[in-house]
Design a protein around this ligand. Structure first.
Ligand SMILES: NC(=O)c1ccc[n+]([C@@H]2O[C@H](COP(=O)([O-])OP(=O)(O)OC[C@H]3O[C@@H](n4cnc5c(N)ncnc54)[C@H](O)[C@@H]3O)[C@@H](O)[C@H]2O)c1
Length: 427
């Protein structure tokens, strides 16, 4: 069994640490935020990710948490990097945290393999290699092992991956990283570092392209009277196409897709290539979020003084992550139009957004509202008695925009709502 230092106790770092500990490895998770480490040491999990708490508890004897780099890297065979790589103003990935980790290793005098889990631009591995060598760390190997887990199902995704990608400069480093995964079934793709970095960016871009594609199909369905749910079903049954990521909605958000698409766009542009398709995918997504405002205005006229309930804040169900969530764009646009926003989410919180009030229950958000927007398809929304909820809403003809096509149009209309969804025929 190996010893791992994991840099970053966020969504990826904690899942990585917990899953490797579950395979029997010794793991030290290092973060720079004292509260995070205190919480973890006290058995509290600072993020919401299904199954993570149990996994951390079950493997507690193989998991330690520290703020101290020296303690983390002491005796470590692998140095997993799972720090954030947010966008800069230019859209390029901000690699400050990655460089900090590289610089923090300067005293390391034993052999270890640094493994990049964070999503980074193609070419980062080569630059890291150069910097390690420049600091006299030639004995530290380097591999790229990008992460494909999705928040909400990250533990399952890690333990049952579609593939494990390992890119390395030196075959022996790649072998070691591959061996570390022993116990996890799944095809392994071995390649050079640049290709591994590109696999991650290209996979995300492909998924985003499918989302923007079906959203544009939905918009054409709206204009022509077709039903995108049936269309997606019929298209997705084609084995060459497949059904996943063909659900029309109000656009993608989250901590990865928006930033990774910008980073790939900038990476291409910085290399002199105009990535036309990706630009369109990004633009379609931005417009898709805003189309909800148009739907509300069509029924309510001006939104000034109107109360709109937002059901769901998290960028998708089963996570508390609100980074780049469509709810934030919607809330901002509604407030800018003079509306009052009441938002509800079972787990996520919207912090200090002027003009937005967060309430404890969906019923409290709906009570007295002129319109309701279903933003995140939390399963509990399917259990609401929508006829009762409709009588609690503020207007005689309350509008309901189902941004995820989650509810049944006939039943919602029968319950008295002016029900709109995405790419399905209006009443
Ligand atoms: N969130 C996902 O589902 C997901 C999926 C695939 C890939 N990724 C990629 O993985 C990376 C991490 O994403 P995340 O969502 O876990 O980020 P996160 O913001 O949840 O966690 C990053 C953590 O790194 C810590 N950190 C910063 N500098 C550090 C340092 N020098 N040493 C140790 N810790 C440090 C931060 O305090 C934070 O706790 C990103 O590159 C992201 O694009 C994320």
């Amino acid at each position: 069994m190996s010893r791992l230092a994991v840099f970053g106790a966020g969504y990826v770092g904690l899942v990585t640490g917990a899953c490797f500990a579950d395979l029997g490895h010794e793991v030290v998770v290092r973060d720079v935020v004292p509260l995070r480490i205190e919480q973890l040491r006290a058995g509290e999990v600072p993020i919401f990710e299904p199954g993570l708490e149990e996994l951390l508890q079950r493997n507690a004897e193989r998991l330690t948490y520290t703020l101290d780099v020296a303690e983390a890297v002491q005796d470590a065979d692998f140095l997993y990097v799972a720090v954030g790589t947010p966008p800069t103003y230019s859209g390029d990935a901000d690699l400050t945290a990655v460089w900090t980790v590289v610089d923090e290793l300067s005293g390391l005098d034993r052999r270890a393999v640094m493994v990049m889990k964070s999503t980074v631009p193609v070419g980062t591995g080569a630059k890291v290699r150069h910097r390690l060598d420049g600091r006299g760390l030639e004995h530290v190997g380097y591999a790229s092992n990008p992460e494909f887990t999705a928040e909400g199902t990250a533990v399952r995704d890690f333990q049952h991956p579609d593939r494990i990608v390992v890119g390395s400069f030196d075959g022996a480093d790649g072998d070691a990283v591959q061996e570390l995964h022993k116990g996890i079934e799944g095809p392994v793709v071995r390649c050079d570092v640049a290709s591994a970095e590109m696999i991650k960016l290209a996979a995300n871009a492909a998924l985003m392209t499918r989302i923007s594609f079906i959203n544009e199909i939905a918009n054409v369905c709206e204009a022509t009277g077709a039903d995108v749910v049936r269309v997606a079903e019929g298209v997705g049954l084609d084995r060459r196409i497949g059904p996943s990521f063909l659900r029309a909605g109000i656009g993608y958000g989250g901590s990865c897709f928006p930033k990774d698409s910008l980073a790939l766009k900038q990476l291409a542009a910085n290399s002199g290539y105009h990535f036309q398709l990706l630009n369109a995918v990004i633009e379609v997504n931005e417009l898709q979020k805003r189309r909800v405002i148009g739907k509300l205005q069509r029924h309510l006229g001006s939104l000034r003084g109107k109360t709109v309930a937002l059901l769901g804040i998290a960028f998708k169900p089963n996570t508390d992550d609100i980074r780049e969530a469509p709810s934030l764009v919607l809330a901002g646009r509604l407030v800018a139009e003079g509306g009052h926003v009441r938002a509800w989410d079972p787990i996520a919180t919207i912090d200090e957004l002027p003009g937005v009030e967060q309430v404890e229950t969906a019923a409290a958000a709906i009570a007295g509202a002129d319109a309701v927007v279903l933003v995140t398809e939390w399963p509990e929304l399917a259990d609401i008695d929508w006829a009762r909820a409709r009588s609690a809403a503020g207007s005689a003809q309350p509008v309901f925009v189902d941004g995820r096509n989650m509810l049944d149009p006939d039943r919602m209309r029968a319950a008295g709502w002016v029900y709109e969804s995405i790419g399905r025929p209006s009443a």
